[in-house]
Write a protein that binds this ligand. Structure first.
Ligand SMILES: Cc1ncc(COP(=O)(O)O)c(C=O)c1O
Length: 347
């Protein structure tokens, strides 16, 4: 598939004397909006074509490239909701802080959806909890998948929202790799964020926010307000590249096999491997780092290894050998008490 932004950047040839921003004056790919490079604020060239392709892939009426992370996408979605007279938003108790901050900035009442925790992990809200909160709110926002790799009950959420004629937004900061599957936020939500930089090969801060139907124009108004007017071309090019990056079913299967082999938490998402370490969490994390392996986080109970379609089989094999070496038996026996929860829909 054609990479519109990257090809435009690659086509720059010959002398380029920079009398424009950025101030480092050695632009390379880091150019600004020039006659040939289009304009994110009002795209009509390569950025417009990239956004159209991305929307098609994600199943959206319109998609907007973001170089300011999923945070800008969440703010833009909430702006769109506010513009449609939404005054209160039901969202899980353990939502990312940007959801609460956006509510605060936009004057939306935040109606928390209660979440249990099991074995130290927040459980995705039950249907009953969503229904209870949505009775007192004008719209629903869910996070799917969450940081621990569990999907929200998106079918149930869609049915609830349809029943009450209320919009559904999804924070998919950790789910952009799912667009190949029926678990992707775009299959259920009116508006959603794909945090492309987290689970697909994009530069940090690269993301996309998308909408269906009548929400597209409202979301457009939102991104005009919350997105930078100096977007990074390397980030935009990387987002287009990442969304068009092919699925890697081999590494998906290897991840699931790894989880089974090492007694990892049975979550829903192959990109997030949660190794229960219990009291040895800090020691295990130090051991991995001493061996040049850097996990996403160690939360005192679990170590999380974040994969992407670019993770190599040999890298997973190295991790597997290290987990074995650290002592699988000892790690498992000190995992938090209770059974490992399986508490959300399966793919
Ligand atoms: C669930 C969730 N939503 C939103 C965000 C914000 O994303 P970004 O850092 O890309 O702005 C994060 C970041 O970690 C997140 O975990």
């Amino acid at each position: 598939m054609k990479l519109h932004i990257a090809e435009m950047l690659r086509a720059q040839k010959g002398e380029h004397l920079s009398f424009h921003t950025p101030g480092h004056k050695r632009p390379g790919a880091d150019i600004t909006e020039l006659s040939y490079s289009d304009n994110l604020y009002a795209p009509s060239g390569v950025i417009a074509r990239a956004e159209e392709d991305v929307a098609k892939i994600l199943g959206a009426a319109r998609s907007f490239l973001l170089t300011d992370g999923s945070t800008a996408g969440v703010y833009s979605m909430l702006y769109a909701l506010r513009s449609a007279d939404v005054r209160s938003l039901a969202a899980p108790r353990f939502s990312h802080p940007c959801v609460l901050h956006a509510c605060e900035v936009l004057g939306l009442e935040y109606v928390p959806i209660e979440q249990e925790t099991r074995c130290g992990i927040p459980v995705q809200p039950s249907e009953a909890a969503m229904e209870c909160a949505l009775k007192n709110a004008d719209a629903l926002l869910l996070t799917s998948p969450d940081y621990y790799g569990f999907f929200a009950l998106l079918e149930a959420a869609r049915a609830l929202c349809d029943g009450q004629k209320k919009p559904l937004a999804v924070d998919g900061a950790h789910g952009s790799h799912l667009h190949f599957t029926r678990r992707h936020a775009g299959k259920f939500a009116d508006m959603w964020v794909d945090g492309v930089h987290k689970s697909l090969p994009a530069l940090t801060q690269g993301a996309v926010v998308s909408a269906k139907g009548e929400w597209a124009e409202r979301l457009h108004e939102g991104v005009l307000r919350f997105r930078t007017t100096s977007p990074s071309y390397p980030i935009m090019a990387s987002v287009e590249y990442a969304v068009k990056y092919p699925r890697n079913e081999k590494i998906e299967a290897l991840s699931e096999a790894f989880k089974r082999r090492h007694g990892c938490v049975e979550n829903d998402d192959w990109t997030k491997i949660l190794l229960p370490c219990g009291a040895r969490c800090a020691a295990a994390n130090a051991f991995f780092e001493q061996n040049g392996v850097y996990p996403e986080f160690a939360d005192g109970n679990y170590i999380m290894f974040y994969l992407s379609p670019c993770t190599k089989e040999s890298e997973l094999q190295r991790l597997s050998a290290l987990v074995d070496f650290f002592g699988r038996g000892a790690v498992k026996s000190e995992a938090p008490a209770g059974s490992i929860p399986i508490y959300s829909e399966k793919r």
